[in-house]
Design a protein around this ligand. Sequence first.
Ligand code: GDP
Ligand code: IMO
Ligand code: MG
Length: 437
Amino acid sequence: MTVTIVGSQLGDEGKGRVVDLLGEPADVVVRYQGGDNAGHTVVDGDTKYKLSLVPSGAIRGKVGLLGNGVVINPRTFFDEVDGLREQGLDPTVKMAKRAHVIMPYHRAIDGIEEAAKADSDLEAGTTGRGIGPTYEDKAGRRGIRIGDLLDSTVLRERLEYVMPHKRALYEEVYGGDPGAAFDIEALFEEFSEFGERIRSEGLAVDVGTYLEDRIAAGDRVMLEGAQGTSLDIDHGIYPYVTSSNPTAGYASTGSGLGVTEVGQGSVIGVIKAYLSRVGTGPLPTELDGDLAEYIREEGGEYGTVTGRPRRVGHLDMPMLRTATRANGFTDIAINHLDVLAGLDEVKVGHAYEHDGETRDTMPATTERWGECEPVYRTFEGWSDVDWEAVAATGFKALPEPAKEYVSYIEAELGVPAVALGLGPARETAIVREDPWA
Ligand code: GDP
Ligand code: IMO
Ligand code: MG
């Protein structure tokens, strides 16, 4: 049995906390796309864990897997695992032999390409982790996979094939001065050592087969998405997107489980009660001034990976309707209801006006999206209360206007809100339905 957790907006909706909240009955938690561009925060008592590659379920001692759809930087992966050991955890995280490796030259190219675009409308504001260049090489059939790190002949062959291409790009297109990140011998030595560590710790597996066996044995598998639907390379606001597919269909492709297996389980869209955005591009419901500042401070809206202040906006319902369709959500989880507390009124972008027409979903091009004027609905605000006490009692204790807000979102999307976030900690959340039942 599976449960899939997907971001429904622009990332940072609180997927990590929902995995933690609903993942207790799971045996295995799998990431299926993205890489260390993700930053998932899980709060356990007084300890805050910030995870980029290690699946959030590792906090609760679940087996973590990085599926074939993930791109893995062994440097940051081992730093993260070692860091968690220092925090007193002993995570078990295995990785797909088919997953692609983020090499130092991918990061270098990500940085220089963004710098070259800095003065144009094309800058995506990437996290600088080399995500795009790694997926480019995957699609271009010149990537290096985890399995290749275990075979020195293949690793050397791949590096020798790819390096003239990478050096030429860095030097001739971007005018950079390639250093150690482009040195075949240095890379061969470092990445062979990673291969050795992966082999000696038994970390590389065939994830699809592994999962099939676990499911056959009756285990429960949670699939943990990174980023969000509007950052999806197919369904998002191209080109201000990431280079993978956070949408639920890729939970199958990126893990090796069949679509029918994933489709039998719940697909839960995680929603932030407003909007936040790290990175560039249009944002029709964007806020500025005092209200933006208030929400940014109350919600701690600073990037987990980069520390950048996040842009904030009103909830965008056309974005959520689009996400509900593209993912086939069976349920939603709404976080950050506490952050909006204390406002006199709460506005929602209910629809868009564009070219004299009213639309209730996103247009297919980002340029048209940027021209959309939100049609707002205004809800009564709710006061700041003791959220832990509310969580302990359950939905009925939620302030009435907050209940109305939740009901409105459920009715518009046609799916139930199975979990509500009223603060970052486990104790400040309401679980209304068990997705594993
Ligand atoms: P993710 O990338 O989707 O896992 O989300 P992040 O962890 O990057 O960002 C979400 C932030 O909001 C984290 O700091 C969480 O601890 C915090 N958070 C999650 N849910 C809630 C909530 O319901 N209320 C509040 N106040 N914070 C939350
Ligand atoms: P989580 O999993 C928010 C954004 C970047 C940039 C664009 C492309 O924590 O929700 P990339 O480095 O992926 O090539 O950057 O995508 N971005 C995220 N924004 N949350 C994330 O992950 C993100 N991962 C990438 O800011 O606009
Ligand atoms: Mg995040």
